[in-house]
Write a protein that binds this ligand. Structure first.
Ligand SMILES: N[C@@H](CCC(=O)N[C@@H](CS)C(=O)NCC(=O)O)C(=O)O
Length: 310
């Protein structure tokens, strides 16, 4: 009999990208195990599994490790197709909206939040994020930029408001989808961190009602906490289940068996090396071996990532 591995989310409670996945667990009523990781490095049990990828969250199913919310959401949609979060009529845009919500919109949101939190941001967090970005985490500059960030945040929320006013109750019309999940993360982050969020959102009535609907969804069936060490032991004891898949249209002729390094193109540019097992226009899976995690297959999305010959 084949063992069914639990769905494990490595996350921390304050992480907005993790909130996307927790909400999808709610929307799809998925049972999952939570592994709370530290908000800053080191993460000695998780790194052997990801090969060094250090963004949050990471999903683990046995010895298959899914990095980045795009990749995690794709896998959850494949494993739990009902209810779909890619409603017909806007399936492509629902996924593409991650690039808006995670990058341009989130940059404004995060700069606004840290600018307003200012001296409440802990020093060890600042030092960790400076290392991650390879650049100064300049709280004073963020505080100086608050008026600009307010303007831009308002422009992004204005798009949500317009979209909801035209159709609703969801961004794609009458069915909730990934577009809602991606965009919501930014509102959740502001709500969680800024006591004056209500005032900032006062003019956006449709958006506030939409946010409240998403908040009410909850986090699905969170069945107990697991330690990072216990999760690593599950990976070490399991064999990865990813099936080999080639892509006849790969524009660079990449194929299973090729050795590559995969790295985010924005920040946290830590290269993860391995041998291609499966690839498509949206996904790449590489096999690696680690003395503490055993054989694992690490999965990444394609948009927002570079694939380099090893
Ligand atoms: N593109 C990534 C972005 C994830 C991201 O930036 N997450 C933040 C936390 S919410 C992060 O990784 N911070 C640094 C860290 O946790 O080490 C995704 O969609 O998962």
């Amino acid at each position: 009999m084949t063992t069914t591995f639990p769905i494990i989310l490595h996350h921390f409670e304050q992480s907005p990208f993790s909130e996307k996945i927790r909400i999808v667990f709610g929307l799809k009523n998925i049972e999952w195990h939570s592994v709370l990781i530290s908000r800053i490095m080191p993460r000695p049990d998780l790194m052997p599994m990801t090969g060094g990828y250090r963004r949050t969250p990471v999903m683990q199913i046995g010895a298959d490790i899914y990095c980045d919310t795009q990749c995690i959401l794709r896998e959850l949609e494949l494993r739990f197709p009902e209810p779909t979060l890619l409603p017909s009529g806007y399936r492509g845009l629902a996924s593409a909206s991650a690039m808006w919500a995670d990058r341009s919109f989130f940059q404004n949101t995060v700069n606004l939040v840290f600018g307003l939190l200012a001296d409440k941001v802990p020093q060890d967090f600042i030092a960790d994020r400076e290392k991650l970005r390879g650049a100064k985490f300049d709280v004073a500059a963020m505080t100086a930029a608050i008026p600009q960030m307010r303007d831009q945040f308002r422009a992004h929320v204005g798009w949500i408001e317009t979209q909801l006013a035209d159709g609703g109750p969801w961004l794609g019309g009458d069915k909730v989808g990934l577009c809602d999940v991606h965009a919501y993360m930014n509102l959740w982050y502001v709500r969680t961190n800024l006591p004056n969020a209500d005032a900032m959102l006062a003019e956006f009535g449709h958006t506030r009602a939409w946010e409240a609907r998403l908040r009410a969804v909850g986090h699905g069936r969170r069945s107990g906490e697991m330690s990072t060490a216990a999760a690593r032991e599950i990976a070490a004891a399991a064999a990865p289940r990813t099936v080999e898949l080639s892509d006849p249209n790969d524009p660079n002729g990449r194929k299973p068996g090729d050795r590559v390094e995969v790295v985010p193109d924005d920040y946290g540019k830590i290269k993860v090396g391995g041998e291609i097992v499966a690839l498509s226009s949206q996904h790449i899976a590489i096999r690696r071996h680690d003395p503490r995690a055993g054989e694992v297959i690490v999965h990444f999305p394609r948009a927002g990532f570079l694939i380099l010959p090893a």
